[in-house]
Design a protein around this ligand. Structure first.
Ligand code: HGY
Ligand code: MN
Ligand code: MN
Length: 421
């Protein structure tokens, strides 16, 4: 007995209700903030794990707290596995869709396949990554890096704002940092990795399209800058005798912006987080720590911009009598998406009667890390006004439903190919 297939409208409404429920799981009352290994992360694992188990999946937590939901194959002697996933961690004061849509969409796509009484010649594993954003620790993509055996051990020594080390937070969460290698998924048994995600940009809306196939993901470098001068009394230290770390950083930030504007390859450069020490209004800032995030659609413009920023910041610091240190935390090259899986997504989009457009991603995604081991591809869903990393982030539920229906059809497309393999 099979149920009728849900329409994209119904799929979208159902997805929205789950997204709304998950958005209530937050570390900060009144806004969506769910960072890696936090109490809200633990509660989100329980909630999403329950949705997986209600739909017949078996669930497990890997050594870096990635929640994995597995639907076994319906046929085949030694079936392979299709991976589907995205992240359930968020930025601070986030929207409801970034990452979570890819996990909830995967769960609902598998439910649709079961409701329609369809069979798959491969297993499907849904991965809910806990650290894509790298907000609590400077360890972006650490969960998906663990899945591809590319985890950077130095991340374990990174500290959060309260001075807690990542290795300590993992142990406190019940994970064993000594077993991180066990999170690696053997590529031999994997068909590939699919991720549906909001575009987080304005292109699909500009084109009047609900869906788009991702061609590549911009490379990104994330660093921290530390400037050290001399703290002093705001009332007594003359302006020409100051070594004001924050004033120096301000000049550097304007340089980052100028270099970003001058770059090619859709270069973007951002200083998004600044910490000022000692941080008193009547004290000349003695030290500042700031983030630096540089991305481009090709590697050369990004690397050239990084060189220019480092050189210019060094000169500014020298002139102001400040010491300057740069530390690299994330360095991910531009990542092309797998051609065959792109075509599977493309066929699904066309089968929905939609115009097919392809586009690069300026935002980073777990697919960048997953592509190190597996053929990987992404499908974008239109973002209203291109807004993301912002509580105003929103997509029309119909677009969500179309994205999930496209994922269903892509899975079925791959099932046909797998049978003929
Ligand atoms: O920052 C990014 O590109 C992604 O949202 N983590
Ligand atoms: Mn994000
Ligand atoms: Mn994301």
């Amino acid at each position: 007995m099979t149920d009728a297939a849900r329409s994209p409208e119904d799929l979208g409404r159902l997805a929205q209700s789950l997204l709304d429920e998950l958005a209530l799981v937050t570390d900060e009352t009144g806004r969506v903030t769910r960072t890696y290994l936090s109490p809200a992360h633990a509660r989100s694992i329980d909630l999403v794990g329950g949705w997986m188990r209600e739909r017949g999946m078996t669930t497990a937590l890997d050594a870096v707290a990635t929640l994995r939901g597995r639907r076994p194959a319906d046929e085949g002697a030694a079936p392979r596995t299709l991976l589907i996933g995205s992240h359930i961690d968020t930025v601070v004061d986030a929207g409801k869709l970034d990452g979570t849509l890819g996990v909830i969409g995967g769960i609902l796509a598998l439910e649709e396949i079961d409701r329609r009484g369809l069979r798959l010649p491969f297993a499907v594993e849904i991965l809910a990554f806990g650290d894509e954003e790298g907000v609590r620790f400077p360890s972006a993509l650490s969960s998906s890096s663990a899945a591809t055996g590319t985890y950077r051990r130095e991340w374990l020594e990174a500290r959060d704002r309260d001075g807690v080390k990542l290795v300590e937070a993992l142990a406190a969460f019940g994970c064993d940092p000594a077993r991180i290698e066990t999170a690696t998924i053997d590529p031999a048994g994997v068909l590939g990795y699919l991720e549906i995600h909001i575009e987080q940009g304005p292109r699909l809306e500009h084109w009047g399209l609900p869906l788009g196939v991702v061609t590549s993901i911009a490379g990104q470098t994330r660093m921290s800058m530390t400037l050290t001068g001399m703290a002093g009394h705001a009332g007594t230290v003359p302006m020409d005798l100051r070594r004001d770390a924050l004033a120096g950083l301000a000049e550097i930030i304007l340089g980052v912006e100028r270099i970003g504007r001058q770059g090619t390859g859709e270069l973007v450069a951002t200083v998004g987080r600044v910490q000022v020490f000692p941080g008193a209004g009547n004290t000349v800032p003695g030290r500042v720590e700031a983030s630096l995030d540089v991305r481009a659609a090709a590697d050369t413009p990004r690397l050239v911009a990084l060189e220019r920023i480092a050189w210019e910041a060094g000169r500014i610091a020298e002139r102001r009598g400040l010491s300057f240190a740069l530390e690299r935390h994330v360095d991910v090259p531009t990542c092309p998406m797998d051609e065959d899986l792109q075509e599977a997504f493309a066929r699904a989009v066309v089968s929905l009667g939609l115009d097919l457009r392809r586009l690069p991603s300026g935002a980073g995604h777990d697919a960048m890390a997953m592509a190190r081991s597996f053929p990987s591809a992404m499908l974008f869903i239109r973002s209203k006004a291109g807004i993301s990393h912002n509580p105003l982030e929103w997509s029309d539920p119909l677009d969500l439903g179309l994205g999930i229906e496209a994922l269903v059809r892509t899975i079925l497309d791959l099932a046909e190919k797998e049978r003929g393999r």
